[in-house]
Design a protein around this ligand. Structure first.
Ligand code: ZN
Length: 237
């Protein structure tokens, strides 16, 4: 291990869930120094029953810790957003809310067809989502990647997400798709891209593959290319 090349910051209790469980956050520099940097935001563990996404976020963090900050983009990384769900192996948080239906998007709705998509009592009712909304407001990320598991695919929402989504698709061999294929009111992609024009990538790792050690090797080439591309993703409209 080389001496520290960077000034990575770690906040052990960035936000607390409704149960008071701390959510940790890492960033390439102290957050106060990232205000005008449009950092890349990476989120793992949105759904507590998708530990593959937490593994990918943590592996990405381990790689970032070895990198000279001058060759990678500024970044903010939350390894596990839904810490209570992860502990209980439930999709929703402690209040049974699907965090990817709770964003205050223009299309948020209290209606839901299945319990697994419960959007919460109000938009951004959940502290986990409030935290992400605040990060988006304060830092205007150049790109947001959130890591899930389901049928393997890479969902790149909006034209400015396509270059990076293609890198992740080619690295993993997972299909690149423009939308997940069913309505997702209140999701991060609806809020981030459709309302705020921030490119969003959703990585769906294969939830049928039990080999967690294969996750990082599958994404390493793509993820490192994404983090080494210092453009602001503002070219394509
Ligand atoms: Zn998910």
């Amino acid at each position: 291990m080389t001496p520290s090349l960077n000034r990575i910051a770690h906040i052990e209790s960035w936000k607390k869930t409704s149960l008071g469980t701390p959510i940790e956050l890492f960033s390439s520099r102290p957050l106060t120094e990232l205000r005008d940097q449009k950092p890349l935001l990476l989120i793992g563990g949105v759904h507590g029953d998708e530990p593959e996404g937490v593994r990918l976020a943590r592996e990405t963090l381990s790689w970032l810790k070895t990198q000279d900050e001058n060759v990678i983009v500024p970044w903010i990384l939350i390894p596990s957003l839904n810490v209570d769900g992860l502990a209980k192996k439930t999709r929703g948080n402690a209040r049974g809310v699907d965090l990817n239906r709770n964003y205050p998007s223009a299309d948020w709705t209290p209606k839901f067809e299945k319990e697994r998509y419960f959007p919460g009592p109000a938009p951004a009712s959940e502290p986990e989502v409030q935290g992400i909304v605040e990060l988006i407001r304060d830092f205007k990320p150049r790109l947001i990647i959130h890591c899930h598991s389901w049928n393997p695919c890479i969902v790149g929402t909006g034209p400015r997400a396509q270059m990076d989504a293609k890198r992740l698709s080619e690295s993993s061999g997972y299909e690149l798709v423009p939308e997940i294929g069913y309505p997702t009111p209140g999701s991060l992609s609806r809020y981030g891209w459709h309302d705020l024009s921030i490119p969003i990538i959703c990585i769906e790792e294969d939830d049928k593959n039990p080999d967690f050690d294969a996750i990082w090797p599958r994404f390493q080439t793509g993820m490192t290319a994404v983090f080494k591309d210092r453009s602001l993703r503002e070219e394509a409209k």
